[in-house]
Design a protein around this ligand. Structure first.
Ligand code: NI
Length: 178
């Protein structure tokens, strides 16, 4: 396992479409998944997609386990999705703050479906599916977007709600002081 370099927005590779996994249970696939977990945890992320470490394969990881719980984060089970397909289960969407390890120090308000069905394969090639709501559904949509070369600012409706975390915090502090 190793912590890999995370590509930042501006790299062409992040805008490309990733290839499906065709061979399961290989040492390379196990290694890729291990590296994604290691890199995600080293950077306090909620999820990470293979293209973010420079690998154009349809693999994402997200969620937390008992040993890894960043503060203020909803409990989402540790999940590996290979060749995922998401289907909205509602037409309803909501805008909430998101960040991305490829856009460090920034956040934006992004509209996402509030409920989605996730269909994917596990590392052995076994298909599975589950339904996700709220923050869980949001993280799944964010990570799967990476596989199609979509970064969250490309989903935003209002760029007034895009900026640096420390800048938003300065305004919040000023408001509290008033
Ligand atoms: Ni991201």
């Amino acid at each position: 396992m190793s912590v890999r370099k995370i590509l930042k927005m501006g790299r062409q590779l992040l805008l490309e479409e990733s290839e499906p996994i065709t061979e399961f249970n290989t040492p390379e696939l196990h290694q890729l998944i291990a590296d994604l977990w290691e890199t995600m945890k080293a950077t306090d992320g909620a999820g990470l997609a293979a293209p973010q470490i420079g690998v154009l394969k349809r693999v994402v990881v997200f969620g937390y386990d008992k040993d890894y719980h960043p503060e203020n984060m909803a409990e989402i089970p540790a999940t590996v999705l290979i060749n995922p397909k998401l289907t909205p289960l509602t037409e309803e969407f909501e805008e909430r703050w998101e960040g991305c390890l490829s856009i460090p120090g920034m956040r934006g308000a992004v509209p996402r479906y509030t409920k989605v069905r996730i269909e994917a394969y596990d590392v052995t090639g076994k298909p599975f599916s589950c339904d996700a709501e709220g923050f869980h559904a949001r993280v799944a949509q964010h990570e799967c977007d990476h596989l199609d070369g979509i970064l969250y600012p490309m989903r935003m409706l209002d760029l007034d709600c895009f900026g640096f975390n420390d800048a938003f915090e300065e305004d919040e502090q000023a408001e509290r002081a008033d």
